[in-house]
Design a protein around this ligand. Structure first.
Ligand SMILES: [Zn+2]
Ligand SMILES: [Zn+2]
Length: 414
């Protein structure tokens, strides 16, 4: 026969809840408190541990929102500045919520961690991902610089490249074609980021002064995703996102879908969790040579010795250029490629491992982007001349030839 717990136990249960709340309200820098449920983990991770960075972000975005709303700023061919500000707010919220979800999963389900639990035991004065106090202080500075540089870059691009942030149009393009465009855009983005990442490892000056900051974390957690040298983040934004949107432009809806997917994908890659909790990677694992979070986790685990697995997303380029290494993964989440012979379908690209030759693919890609921008500029000049002559052409070109029929003509579709 069941009996009620004695009252003393209920009191001690309440005390335990109070202490749980206390534990969960502190950020986990050096240890994870045990026996907390999922929701308790959420509360401790919700805000940045650097109040200055948080104030900087909230103040900048609030000012941008108010100014763009008051003055109704809109560059021709682009979405309004207010929409851009709202997009930035949404991405900031998604980033925090998804980061908390992934870290709560990491804390609650230790069996799904990519690296064995014993390797997370603390040695000396290190944080959860393996950084000492001096490195943590340097990361705080880099975080602030990253926000300032990315925010300035976004505004610079908005005003200097009309149409880069695409205006909302009524599109007649099929859903399938738009999805294919999204996938292509991500492969182009991945190509630029792959060669940038590889150069950051192969050029010793870049490694020592820039990229090693990101590799201070040996057991990454999702919070370490953007904890790089600010120039690392700045370069990736240009070579990845900006180049991809110039070469394979996305419409406004797909543009924001792409940004949200990228945020989630980047966070998952550093989550330290291997399995179906990684929602975006689980969706894309059917793509050829798909990269899963355990591949990038191994890239961190190997430190500088790990001159493999450079892909930011997709994984294709690692397989094509012969730099894929599997690493560790929880059982059942390996991809088909993990079980196949490494390097069977790849090209020998060792020539690009030199301290200077590593830049050749990036120069080539930059040349294609500059050419594409020149074409679009010439196109716009011709359109302007025709308008002056009274030809009445309503076509409006942004980036490359593929965009000619996708903009203002579509606005007029009933
Ligand atoms: Zn790296
Ligand atoms: Zn990383």
């Amino acid at each position: 026969m069941k009996t009620r717990d004695p009252p003393e136990k209920e009191v001690s249960g309440k005390q335990a809840d109070v202490s749980k709340d206390k534990l969960s309200s502190q950020p986990y820098i050096t240890h994870i408190p045990e026996n907390l449920n999922m929701s308790h983990h959420f509360s401790s991770l919700l805000l940045s541990c650097d109040p200055v960075a948080t104030v900087l972000e909230v103040t900048s975005l609030s000012t941008l929102s108010v100014v763009s709303w008051l003055y109704r700023v809109q560059v021709q061919g682009s979405m309004s500045l207010l929409e851009l500000a709202i997009g930035m707010w949404v991405l900031g919220v998604v980033r925090r919520l998804y980061n908390n979800y992934l870290e709560a999963v990491y804390c609650t389900f230790p069996l799904y961690r990519t690296q064995p639990i014993k390797e997370h035991m603390l040695r000396g004065e290190r944080d959860l991902v393996g950084r000492d106090r001096e490195q943590l202080a340097a990361i705080v500075t880099q975080d602030r610089l990253t926000f300032i540089s990315q925010f300035s870059l976004d505004l610079f691009v908005y005003f200097s490249l009309p149409g880069f942030y695409p205006a909302h149009t009524i599109t007649t393009t099929s859903a399938l074609r738009r999805v294919i465009q999204l996938v292509l855009n991500h492969y182009v983005m991945s190509f630029g980021m792959y060669w940038t990442h590889r150069a950051l490892h192969k050029n010793l000056w870049l490694w020592r002064n820039i990229h090693s900051v990101h590799h201070w974390s040996k057991h990454p957690l999702s919070r370490t995703t953007y904890q790089d040298h600010w120039l690392d983040n700045f370069g990736n934004a240009i070579v990845g996102h900006i180049f991809a949107q110039i070469l394979v432009p996305l419409d406004a809806q797909m543009f924001w879908v792409s940004r949200v997917l990228r945020v989630c994908e980047s966070l998952e890659k550093h989550s330290g969790v291997s399995g179906y909790f990684n929602l975006v990677h689980s969706v894309q694992r059917w793509l050829p040579f798909a990269q899963m979070p355990h591949h990038h986790d191994w890239h961190h685990e190997g430190h500088k010795g790990c001159n493999y697995t450079f892909s930011s997303l997709g994984g294709l380029w690692d397989c094509v250029f012969g730099t894929r290494k599997t690493g560790r993964a929880a059982r059942g989440v390996q991809t088909v490629w993990d079980e196949m012979e490494q390097g069977r379908y790849s090209f020998d690209t060792k020539y690009f491992d030199g301290i200077y030759t590593c830049f050749i693919p990036l120069f080539a890609l930059s040349g294609v982007v500059v050419n594409s921008l020149q074409c679009s500029l010439e196109g716009r000049t011709k359109v302007r001349r025709r308008r002056i002559k009274g030809a009445g052409c309503r076509k409006h070109q942004h980036f490359g030839k593929s965009q000619i029929s996708n903009t203002q003509e579509e606005v007029s579709v009933p």
